[in-house]
Ligand binder design. Structure first.
Ligand code: PLP
Length: 389
């Protein structure tokens, strides 16, 4: 029976075309012609954000090493570097592969790397690019060194300090010094400095509280640096900082480079904090969706859900629409509630939404559609999407 059915199908469509999924957008298309859901980058706002952070870092003589985990897109990293960034950070070794392939030559894996497969990949990358990696345990340093020797590669090491994040990192100056002295003895790895990243303070709402927390972290780093000096250890690099603490970190006279990521895009998570006067960033990243159903006078359903936007930090914010808010995000749908019939968009309306958290949202898309004004200027692959090993 099955065979008979197949024969009929074959006979009915002897020259059936192979159907490829069409691209969501073409260069030069107006935004209104872009298929949805799509991830959109407003190039004017994005470029302004890149300049703002670069100028801030340069004004204080601090290097900017933007975090690639925020976007996973080599085209974006190359633009950050062209503006003056020293290189980028990646959080995972596999994430670095497409960046190296695209020509990024200086990458800090701002994380601990454990396990033979990851170390082997790191060694291969270190033969093509200047790689640096974090270490917080003697065994990890030994395994890193042994793998570098095996692959005839070399790599720089930052010893990670826990400055209040309560994630990875050594806990005391003595522990740090013992680890640094070990790193200095081991072949094919060299001590370059420390990583002192404090994620927990980045989203503190009040500017004053954020400043206090950032200064506390800086005081801790200074204690470490004093202990290093006493032990005769020079520490050229102090790397850390994110979008929320950058203004304080660049002025600290402790950090030599900052690792901000979200500043290029601004999600609602960051938009909700108090920025004060010192610096501001624009929303450059949004999701484009289409209203696919209006089941009630106040309800509209848009064609994007958890497979297009992260929601662990909250629902996306609808742009340009008064009295309309997103109340639920399902797998492929988001539910929008209007405060009146007048404010409910009609079926077919195109909506722009700001994601709550840019990093996991980029990770859901194959490409980002870069627009200038109302027109598509470029489509950039998010080549490191899904690369989390
Ligand atoms: C180690 C490290 N550095 C820098 C960043 C970038 O932070 P942000 O996107 O808040 O600027 C992160 C983000 O989680 C991080 O984990």
């Amino acid at each position: 029976m099955q065979e008979a059915q197949q024969a009929v199908l074959k006979n009915e469509s002897p020259q059936a075309e192979t159907i490829a999924v069409p691209l969501a957008a073409r260069l030069g298309d107006p935004l209104s012609a872009v298929d949805t859901p799509s991830l959109i980058l407003d190039l004017d706002a994005f470029e302004e954000n890149l300049r703002t952070m670069q100028v801030l870092a340069e004004r204080h003589g601090v290097a900017l090493r933007p975090h690639g985990k925020a976007h996973k897109c080599p085209e974006i990293a190359l633009r950050q570097i062209a503006l003056g960034a020293t290189g980028i950070c990646c959080q995972k070794v596999s994430e670095a592969v497409p960046f190296v392939a695209a020509g990024v030559r200086d990458i800090l894996i701002s994380n601990e790397v454990v396990g033979p497969a990851k170390l082997a990949l790191l060694a291969r990358l270190a033969k093509q690019a200047h790689m640096t990696v974090c270490v917080d345990h003697p065994r990890a340093a030994q395994a890193l060194s042994a793998t570098m020797v095996e692959y005839q590669a070399s790599i720089k090491v930052l010893v990670e300090l826990d400055v209040g994040q309560k994630r990875c990192g050594v806990q005391t100056p003595d522990e740090a010094i013992a680890l640094i002295q070990l790193v200095q003895k081991l072949p094919n790895i060299s001590f370059a400095g420390v990583q002192a990243y404090h994620g927990g303070l980045q989203h503190k709402r009040s500017l004053e509280q954020r400043q206090k927390a950032a200064e506390k972290a800086v005081r801790l780093v200074r204690q470490y640096l004093r202990a290093f000096a006493k032990a005769g250890i020079t520490c050229p690099v102090v790397s850390g900082g994110g979008t929320g603490s950058a203004v304080f970190d660049v002025a600290s006279q402790v950090y030599t480079e900052i690792q901000a990521g979200t500043y290029a895009f601004m999600d609602t998570d960051y938009a909700g904090i108090d920025w004060g006067e010192a610096v501001s960033f624009r929303h450059s990243l949004f999701l484009l969706g289409t209203v696919m159903s209006t089941p009630t006078p106040e309800r509209a359903v848009v064609d994007l859900g958890l497979k297009s936007t992260s929601a662990e930090s909250g629902v996306p914010l609808i742009m340009d629409h008064e009295g309309l808010r997103c109340v639920a995000v399902h797998d492929e749908h988001s539910i929008l509630q209007a405060d009146s019939r007048r404010n409910r968009p009609d079926v077919g309306a195109q909506l722009r939404l700001i994601p709550a958290h840019c990093d996991p949202t980029f990770n859901l898309h194959d490409s980002v559609v870069a627009v200038r004004g109302q027109y598509v200027e470029a489509i950039w692959p998010i080549s490191a999407r899904g690369l989390s090993r």
